[in-house]
Write a protein that binds this ligand. Structure first.
Ligand SMILES: [Zn+2]
Length: 308
């Protein structure tokens, strides 16, 4: 019998730290989450991560399982285990040596990467793109994050500062984007953008809206919702067509809450993606919904440990 290996997977988000005890076959033996308060300081957040890891360490002792290391997914630019910056939702989340801090604390090797990267790694290893070597992952939410896997390895550009798939221009001189640019995919195709567009069309308050609501209205054939969803999926499809032309992935995995709407959602995206992608580039590509949901981050983070 193959001996399984085990690791701690930590997924730091803007509102929660999720954590899990994960085997290298992708089994989750234990999982939990701790809130990151709206006003959490940098020190608070570091302490919450510490507690999360401690929970898994305690559980591993209880289960008699030997841990091989700790993997952490964090918002922002992460290079060599250090968060360099770029995580605007977390207090002073820059120049933090996550690997240094927690390897000292727990006497285990610690690996860290960007949160979207670890989610992509999770989906490529255990989820929708299991068995694929070349994968493009995008997560559609308030913004759009992305990960590129080439030859089974995360590709991050020089010093891991790239693969901002939400920030490719799809409209010249288009609407302002959170990144400081204009006309980015994120500004047109994120769930945030969908909600904004729908609110504008219906004169509804953004605070009362979310993706679920618009999907429901779409299914009820409400003209405004149908219109907004068509736009949303066309923009996404256009962006994905570009990614297919560059990377010729086996799978484009679409994650984020809205990707769970149903196959119709993926089909709408596919229609545009394959209309505009070059046939020579897309011949081996499929566009699919993510399958790991909220577990993608912890699974991918643990994977950072197993791949070493
Ligand atoms: Zn942008």
């Amino acid at each position: 019998m193959k001996k399984e290996r085990y690791a701690v997977g930590v997924d730091l988000g803007g509102t929660f730290v999720k954590y899990a005890l994960v085997s290298d076959s992708g089994e989750i033996l234990f999982t939990g989450k701790l809130p990151v308060g709206m006003n959490a300081t940098r020190e608070d957040t570091l302490r919450t991560i510490q507690k999360s890891i401690q929970h898994v360490v305690d559980e591993s002792i209880e289960k008699g399982v030997k841990l091989q290391g700790i993997g952490i997914g964090s918002p922002g630019i992460v290079y060599n285990g250090v968060v360099l910056g770029g995580a605007d939702n977390l207090d002073r989340w820059e120049n933090i040596d996550l690997a240094g801090i927690y390897s000292k604390e727990f006497d285990l090797p610690v690996f860290a990467d960007n949160d979207a990267n670890v989610m992509g790694m999770g989906e490529a290893t255990f989820g929708a793109a299991k068995g694929c070597s070349d994968v493009v992952f995008i997560t559609v939410g308030t913004g759009i994050g992305g990960a590129i896997i080439i030859n089974g390895q995360l590709y991050g550009g020089y010093k891991n500062r790239g693969t901002e798939l939400g920030h490719v221009t799809i409209k010249y001189d288009g609407i302002d984007c959170n990144c400081g640019g204009r006309g980015c995919l994120e500004a047109y195709a994120s769930t945030g953008a969908l909600i904004q567009q729908y609110a504008k069309k219906t004169n509804k308050d953004i605070a009362d809206l979310d993706g679920h609501y618009i999907i429901r209205k779409f299914k009820e054939n409400e003209p405004e919702a149908v219109d907004c969803m068509k736009n949303h999926t066309r923009y996404l499809g256009q962006g994905i067509a570009g990614f297919i032309n560059i990377f010729a992935p086996q799978k484009v995995v679409v994650g984020g809450g809205i990707s769970e709407a149903g196959q119709f959602y993926i089909d709408m995206i596919k229609e545009t993606a394959f209309r505009y992608a070059m046939p020579d580039c897309s011949v081996n590509t499929d566009v699919v919904a993510a399958t790991l949901g909220n577990n993608a981050g912890c699974l991918g983070a643990a994977m950072l440990v197993f791949r070493g």
